[in-house]
Design a protein around this ligand. Structure first.
Ligand SMILES: *Cc1c(COP(=O)(O)O)cnc(C)c1O
Length: 351
C-alpha cells in the first residue's frame, strides 16, 4: 500500500559512525560554556512541560528578530531548516512542476522533491563549482519549473555561487530559496531582496552556530509570503525545550557565538594553509565552516584509514564532479591538528 514515490526513495544517510574526532557534520565543535548551561537548566526547570508549546514561538521570534535584525513578521520557524525546505517544496508551484538545483548540493532538496513526486532538474556545476548558467537556461527552456534551491555557500563545495547567475535564473521565473546555513561564516546574504520580493526567501539555521541539537531553522521572507507558507506549518513544530534553550542562548550567549565564529574563521584559514601544502592533496577555497579537498589517491581508502586513526570526515567522492573528494568540518584547534597529523600519515602510507 505504500506509494511508489516512497519505495523509490533512499533514506537520508546521516553520519553515525562513532569517532573520537568528529569532523563530518559541520557542527560547531565548542560546547556551551558552563554558565550558559546553568542558565539553560534554570529556565528548563521552570518550563511547563505538561502544556503545549507556544504554537507561534512569539517570544523566540522576538529574540530572533533582534538577532537577525528583521521584523518578527518576516520570520517563519521550522524544526531545523530541513523542515522549511520540505514546506517550501510543498508550497511553491504545482507538484508536476520541477525543482531546479545545481549539483552536487545539500541532499534535502532532492529528497523533498522525490518525496512529493516533483521532477528534479539537476544541473552539474562547472569545474570551478560555480553554476553552469548556459546548461541551466537550456534545461529550463524545455522543462516546466517553478522552484530553485541554492545552498549559499554551497554544501559540500564550500563556495558562493555567482550572485548574478542566481539572479538570472530567478528572472526566468524561479522562486529562489537561498539557503544561508553558513551565513555566519560567509557574511554574504540575499536578505534585503528576501524582505521585499515575492520570489525570494532566505533560510538560516542555528545548527552551525552551536545549537544543532535543538533543531531551529529560520526562513526570512516578505510578510505576505511568510503568512502563506505558515498555513502549512504543523501547529507545534518547535518544541518547548527548543524555544526555551534558543531564547536563553541568543540573549545571554551572544558573546559565545561571536567568539566561536571568529575562532572557527581563524582555524579555517590555518587548516586551509596546512592542507594547501600537504603532498597529494588539493584544497578548495571555503566561505563556510568546512573545507573540501581532493586526494590524489582513492578518497574512499583515505576515508577508511582516517576512521581507523579515530578521525571522521565526510566522504563525498561518490557525488558528480567530486571524484576523490572529502569534506572536513573545521574543528577545535587540537582536533584540526590531529586531523592534519593523521591525514599526512595516511597519505604517506598510501601514496
Ligand atoms: C547543515 C545544513 C542545513 C541544516 O539544516 P538544519 O535542519 O537547520 O540543521 C541546511 N542547509 C544546508 C545547506 C546545510 O549544509
Amino acid at each position: 500500500m505504500l506509494s511508489k514515490r516512497l519505495r523509490g526513495l533512499v533514506a537520508y544517510k546521516t553520519e553515525t559512525t562513532p569517532a573520537p574526532v568528529k569532523l563530518s557534520s559541520n557542527e560547531l565543535p565548542f560546547e556551551l560554556p558552563t554558565s550558559l548551561r546553568k542558565e539553560v537548566s534554570k529556565e528548563l526547570e521552570r518550563a511547563h512541560l505538561n502544556r503545549y508549546p507556544d504554537p507561534h514561538s512569539e517570544e523566540l521570534k522576538g529574540v530572533l528578530s533582534d538577532f537577525f535584525g528583521v521584523n518578527p513578521r518576516n520570520l517563519l520557524l521550522g524544526n531545523g531548516s530541513d523542515e522549511l525546505i520540505y514546506y517550501l517544496s510543498i508550497a511553491v508551484g504545482e507538484f508536476e512542476q520541477g525543482i531546479y538545483t545545481p549539483v552536487p548540493t545539500f541532499p534535502m532538496y532532492g529528497i523533498s522533491a522525490a518525496l512529493l513526486g516533483r521532477p528534479k532538474l539537476e544541473v552539474p556545476l562547472q569545474a570551478d563549482f560555480d553554476i553552469d548558467l548556459d546548461a541551466s537556461l537550456e534545461l529550463l527552456e524545455s522543462r516546466e519549473c517553478t522552484l530553485a534551491f541554492f545552498s549559499y555557500p554551497n554544501n559540500p563545495t564550500a563556495n558562493l555561487f555567482s550572485r548574478w547567475k542566481i539572479e538570472r535564473l530567478r528572472d526566468r521565473g524561479l522562486f529562489s530559496v537561498i539557503d544561508e546555513a553558513y551565513y555566519h561564516y560567509s557574511n554574504d546574504t540575499f536578505e534585503k531582496e528576501a524582505l521585499v520580493r515575492e520570489d525570494t526567501v532566505v533560510l538560516r539555521t542555528l545548527s552551525k552556530i552551536g545549537l544543532a541539537g535543538i533543531r531551529i531553522g529560520i526562513m526570512i521572507g516578505k510578510e505576505e509570503v511568510v503568512a502563506e507558507i505558515d498555513k502549512l506549518r504543523l501547529p507545534f513544530n518547535i518544541t518547548m525545550p527548543s524555544q526555551v534553550i534558543a531564547k536563553v542562548v541568543l540573549t545571554k550567549g551572544r558573546d559565545f557565538i561571536e567568539e566561536s565564529v571568529s575562532k572557527i574563521l581563524k582555524e579555517r584559514e590555518k587548516l586551509w594553509r596546512a592542507l594547501n601544502v600537504l603532498e597529494g592533496v588539493e584544497v578548495f577555497p571555503s566561505e563556510a565552516n568546512f573545507l573540501l579537498f581532493r586526494t590524489h589517491i582513492d578518497a574512499d581508502r583515505v576515508h577508511r584509514e582516517l576512521i581507523k586513526e579515530g578521525v571522521l570526515v565526510r566522504d563525498v567522492s561518490h557525488l558528480p564532479g567530486l571524484k576523490n573528494c572529502l569534506r572536513v568540518s573545521v574543528g577545535r584547534e587540537e582536533e584540526n591538528e590531529l586531523f592534519l597529523e593523521k591525514l599526512s600519515l595516511v597519505m604517506k602510507k598510501l601514496l
